[in-house]
Design a protein around this ligand. Structure first.
Ligand SMILES: Nc1ncnc2c1ncn2[C@@H]1O[C@H](COP(=O)(O)OP(=O)(O)OP(=O)(O)O)[C@@H](O)[C@H]1O
Length: 302
């Protein structure tokens, strides 16, 4: 089942159209990457999903129910982590989560067990420092704990990793990946390596339009031509191959890249004739970044 669906969503700010026919769906218990450059329309889409902005057209459903602007019924299914979460900084993380539980009307017993569970999930168990002494990464992790506290069916995170260092990013990505066991995660980002690490499905938004979507595998297959990597046992063989086939690129002492596979038969014949020892011939995985650039450039030309 799809936890979230957007169908033909449109949005203008004055004369400017910022979302055009945006259509995608997020299957239950997946991590979904909502990818786009600055200004692509990610935050606007998220605000519409949360009922905070009114779409000019189209339909959004969360857990099968339509989202209505200004009506927060569907938000009972949603946990939201803004890009810069705000806290009462004089509280400890346990006190803060307890406070959130009280506002949500949970019982003392429920609050205690959920606080422990969430602090454990985000690696803040036993943390007695006040939030004001927290690093950005710790604050972001606490934000996830708070967003997940009420057991939402859908967790929406707006650029959760963009301000974090590599360690903080890795920790947060790991938490989002583990969260999909109990919820569905939609996160916006422009960091494509984050998407490659944890997303099951992705949608690329470019100038308000979805230009590519599908599972990571499906999207990668869209790359027109995947290069082949060839690794020779001896460095001198790699050198010899490069001198005979100048279209080969050297990517290491023993490794070569063949970008246009039309040259493959001649190359293989030569390798066999010369009895060269080859350790590996492998299709190079298309990097999302190259793919994104390919799609974006095509869009700009057409
Ligand atoms: N309230 C507003 N009034 C007018 N234009 C707006 C408003 N909010 C956003 N925009 C414009 O809509 C477009 C999409 O903005 P949005 O914030 O949704 O993009 P984004 O993909 O989230 O970008 P970023 O990664 O920079 O946050 C931008 O051109 C932005 O300037």
């Amino acid at each position: 089942m799809d936890m979230l669906t957007l169908s033909n969503v449109e949005k203008h700010f004055g004369e400017k159209q910022v979302l055009r026919d945006v259509t995608f769906s997020v299957p239950e218990h997946t991590v979904f990457g909502f990818v786009g450059q600055n200004g692509a329309g990610k935050t606007t889409s998220m605000k519409i999903i949360l009922g905070l902005l009114c779409a000019d057209g189209g339909e959004i459903r969360i857990n099968g129910l339509p989202v209505r602007y200004g009506n927060t019924t569907t938000n009972r299914y949603v946990g939201y982590l803004p890009d810069v979460p705000e806290f009462y900084s004089y509280m400890t993380p346990g006190e803060y989560l307890g406070f959130c539980g009280k506002i949500a009307g949970m019982t003392e017993k429920e609050i205690k067990s959920r606080t422990e569970e969430m602090l454990c999930l985000v690696g803040l168990k036993g943390e007695k420092r006040r939030i004001k002494g927290f690093s950005r990464g710790m604050k972001q992790r606490l934000g996830v704990a708070q967003a997940l506290f009420g057991r939402p069916k859908l967790l929406i995170c707006d650029e959760p990793t963009s301000a974090l260092d590599p360690v903080g990013r890795r920790e947060l990505l790991h938490i989002l990946e583990s969260a999909k066991e109990e919820t569905t995660v939609l996160f916006s980002t422009h960091i494509l390596s984050d998407v490659e690490h944890i997303c099951d499905e992705i949608a690329f938004l470019h100038e308000g339009r979805i230009v590519l979507q599908g599972s990571l595998e499906e999207v990668r297959k869209r790359k027109k031509e995947a290069a082949m990597e060839i690794e020779t046992e001896r460095a001198q063989d790699a050198k010899a191959l490069r001198s005979v086939f100048p279209f080969l690129k050297g990517i290491g002492r023993n490794s070569l890249l063949l970008e246009d596979t039309k040259g493959m038969p001649d190359l293989l014949r030569f390798i066999a004739d010369k009895n060269m020892a080859i350790l590996r011939i492998e299709r190079q995985e298309a990097a999302l970044e190259d793919l994104f650039m390919e799609v974006v450039l095509n869009e700009s030309v057409s």
